[in-house]
Design a protein around this ligand. Sequence first.
Ligand code: FO1
Length: 320
Amino acid sequence: MAEPDIVVICGGVGAARFLKGLVRVVAPERIAAVVNVADDMVLHGLHISPDLDTVMYTLAEEIDPDRGWGLRDETWAAMETLGRYGDRNWFNLGDRDLGTHLQRTGRLGEGASLTTVTQELAASWELELSLLPVTDDAIRTRVTRSDTDEELSFQEYFVGQQHGVPVSDVRFVGIEDAKPTDEVLAAIDSASAILIAPSNPIVSIAPVLDVPGVRNAIAVASASVVAVSPIIGGAAIKGPAANMLRELGHDPSATGVARLLADLVDVMVIDDVDAALATGVRAEGVVPWVTNTIMSDPEAAAALARTTLAAAMLGGTDDR
Ligand code: FO1
């Protein structure tokens, strides 16, 4: 199989939708999805990797369309039993989904790396792209609430509090000692295009780029780097990205995202509604491309992927 030549830096839902579009445009074998693992957690003794599973289930066309995570046609019998033992069912693990966590945890317990286990799981779901955790080391996002100064795990914030509390700090425990995998570094090195999917820049993209060595690998790679703004008209399609940007002192706009990524990206694809921000994006040293970025259906996702690839191939030239 040919080595992947398109790297996509991924978080969860937004990245999964973007990849669904991308596989309609290029052969899946050309794609290496480099996925965030800082949302991971061990719960009930099970290693759960939400962003890896969201990408995997979405590409396998098994994702639950309403939740955007977990498997379709799910049942919750195990959670019902867990509920009997106290507050043990705040994080919903469907009966079908549990099979994945049992398999991942069992294989990790046998000494397999997260990369190996992920490749095994992805093969079982007949994925044709490379699904790569950015690192096999443990990174855990911790979020500090600005109203109580309490520090929460990512999932306690995102699910426990339904990301409805203001944040004052985000940190990635363990990231200083984490290493990008050989597979990730090889994919970045041989890439003809490096795309940053429309994921949360604070808690999905940053914990991938900030793994020591990743930014440098991207900076020295020959590929053009193109990001898709996850913020449209000052808001995220889904999730807390705009709130987090604002609460952490960043501009909750496509311009603000361009400022965060300016040292790495050549181009940022922004939505038509943000056409007026193109000047501001350019002032950050990032070339704007303006198109529809709302992936309302697979065709829209494919069109976005096509435009993003065009921007990568044409490099930093303006959108003609
Ligand atoms: N998100 C929720 O809002 N509520 C849940 O109960 C929940 C359970 C869950 C189980 C497995 C999984 O892979 C993802 C799950 N998510 C849930 C999403 C999860 O919080 C992700 O981290 C977010 O999608 C952000 O990436």
